[in-house]
Design a protein around this ligand. Structure first.
Ligand code: IMP
Ligand code: MG
Length: 178
């Protein structure tokens, strides 16, 4: 087993490019079935999901649109937590079938704060498609409608996911070595 080094840490192979591709094909097959004739709008959350979004979008055979947003969190002067706002969401969601594309759902905090902002725009439907989910890390339960892999509560890099900016270009997924 070959370790790789990113910054100061060692990572070991976890999911191969082939496993990832197969999982994404399965997700695309489900979406192709579920959204035929509905012209869904995919909202991919940058940066981490750029590779996943690109690969799943190529496997869609139905009419579909995609847009990319970044989420910014601010600490309010009086509020206790972060408020998350979308940068670049310039499409009306009303009456649209929306599918969020996320690289990984960890504690669920990001989506827990962000989903109400989307619901507020009254989409016809709103579903989540995530490549990875760490169930053991859940703080805010998020219903994931289309999921690639459940993974243990270990830090992972590769396939768009970074460790402090690096590792996104690795075609496989590696996890922090023991
Ligand atoms: P959450 O709000 O805790 O669910 O975190 C979601 C975001 O944290 C993801 O979209 C990722 O950008 C980042 N993240 C969570 N776990 C990992 C990991 O293991 N590797 C790299 N990024 C991660
Ligand atoms: Mg992310």
């Amino acid at each position: 087993m070959s370790l790789i080094r990113v910054h100061d840490k060692n990572f070991e192979p976890y999911l191969t490019a082939e496993q990832i591709d197969t999982a994404i094909q399965n997700l695309a097959n489900q979406i192709n079935r579920d959204y035929a004739g509905k012209k869904p709008l995919f909202i991919a959350i940058l940066n981490g999901s750029f590779m996943f979004a690109s690969d799943i979008f190529k496997k869609l055979t139905i009419d579909a649109e995609i847009c990319f947003i970044k989420l910014a969190s601010y600490r309010g002067t009086k509020s206790t937590g972060h408020v998350i706002t979308a940068i670049g969401l310039d499409i009306d969601l009303i009456h649209r079938h929306v599918i969020i594309i996320e690289d990984i759902v960890d504690t669920g905090k990001t989506l827990d704060q962000f989903l109400p902002q989307l619901q507020y725009q009254q989409p016809a439907s709103l579903k989540i498609c995530a490549l990875l989910h760490k169930p053991e890390a859940t703080v805010h339960p998020i219903p994931i409608d289309y999921l690639g892999f459940k993974i243990p509560n270990k830090f992972v890099v590769g396939y768009g996911l970074d460790y402090d900016g690096l590792g996104r270009n690795i075609p496989e997924i590696y996890k922090l070595a023991e």
